[in-house]
Design a binder for this molecule. Structure first.
Ligand SMILES: O=C(O)CCC(=O)C(=O)O
Ligand SMILES: [Fe+2]
Length: 359
């Protein structure tokens, strides 16, 4: 692109994005329209963080017993005929990671197609759908097919299952005065519960014209990058995993917010694919062994308004690029589901063993 073209383009979108004020909140125009169309009352703005903190207070006790979960991908047709047959196009982004489905609206998928989508997300780590007409309620309903919903942080008014992902709002209302998104760096969402996230569905309604991409990396491929002796060494090993944020413990509120720790296997097996994957997290591990050299195991996604990404936190790491530095508006909603407690199975295969690929 010539410098002149860059000038013109940046001049148009560096303009202050249109937004409307609700209480102390300036909600971007596109998001406002999406919410109004969905009958959501924004007159009070988004629920403030201190109120949300209360929902965190019992984080230690949040899962006192097992949460029922059976992976919809495990019962799906391996060939995914219902889903692929209805799609206009199925485009893989890289060899291992990332697939775009063209020509389908998530809100119209049948239970059979959603089962197949769960398997596809498990296999490909992340699946994208552009141009979605999707209210927060529809996002909740579609995603609820994949498992019990767990919401954290500020949410859409009247839709407590849908978190608001909007770093400008976080910056002005949560961590003043400056705030770099907590989503930078390679991570999986939430490692401090007994049963952590499975499929997570992020939908952006308002995005910068450039910048603000998210990268995803395959935990299956990262595992395969390790030498066979190192794989043997880490198979079955456990690690203490620490929460990214401190939380208030309702059993000991006077102690103030504390980091929450859980012990999980560092290699886990995905119940739908049966494949082993590396299960590591940013706050606990500083870098992913082998990841520097593993470009083919990563995919990068540039958002357009109305795009949904569904990724599987069990077998995927992701990293939100901060290159837009909150200078342009980026606003979305996210619905996350809980999956099984991480487990290791010594009899399980790696993806490459199962598919007969070379090391
Ligand atoms: O897009 C972002 O800034 C956040 C992405 C992320 O890490 C998440 O939603 O878990
Ligand atoms: Fe994340």
């Amino acid at each position: 692109m010539s410098p002149a073209a860059v000038e013109t383009e940046s001049a148009s979108h560096d303009a202050v994005p249109k937004q409307r004020r609700f209480g102390t909140f300036d909600v971007p125009d596109v998001a406002t329209k999406r919410m109004e169309k969905a009958g959501i009352d924004l007159s009070q703005g988004y629920p403030e963080y201190p109120a949300e903190l209360k929902t965190f207070k019992d984080i230690h006790n949040l899962q006192p017993g097992p949460i029922e979960f059976s992976d919809p991908g495990a019962r799906a047709d391996r060939e995914k005929k219902a889903l692929f047959g209805a799609a206009k196009e199925v485009r893989h982004l890289t060899y291992y990671c990332g697939t775009e489905i063209v020509g389908l609206q998530l809100k119209d998928l049948t239970p059979t197609q959603l089962d197949e989508l769960a398997l596809l997300v498990a296999e490909r780590n992340v699946v994208f759908f552009r141009d979605q007409d999707l209210s927060p309620q529809q996002q909740r309903d579609v995603t609820g097919h994949f498992g019990p919903i767990f919401c954290q942080g500020p949410h859409v008014p009247g839709v407590p299952e849908a978190s608001v992902i909007w770093s400008q709002f976080f910056a002005s209302h949560i961590r003043k005065p400056t705030f770099r998104t907590p989503f930078q760096g390679w991570h999986t969402d939430i490692v401090h519960l007994k049963q952590n996230f499975g499929i997570t569905h992020l939908h952006y309604d308002t995005v910068p014209p450039y910048g603000g991409d998210i990268l995803w990396a395959s935990g299956y491929a990262a595992y395969n990058k390790l030498s066979p002796s190192f794989r043997d060494f880490i198979d079955g090993k456990m690690a203490v995993m620490r929460s990214g944020d401190p939380y208030i413990d309702e059993n000991d509120p006077g102690a103030g917010p504390k980091y929450v720790e859980k012990i999980h296997p560092i290699v886990r097996v995905h119940p739908a694919t049966g494949w082993k994957c590396l299960y590591v997290n940013g706050p606990w591990v500083l870098r992913i062994l082998g990841l520097e050299k593993a470009e083919s195991d990563m995919c990068r996604w540039h958002w357009t308004p109305g795009t949904s990404a569904l990724w599987d936190n069990r077998c995927t790491l992701h990293n939100a690029s901060w290159d837009y530095e909150n200078r342009v508006t980026r606003h979305g909603t996210r619905v996350a589901t809980i999956a099984e407690a991480p487990y290791f199975d010594p009899k399980a295969k790696s993806m490459r063993e199962d598919l007969g690929l070379e090391d």
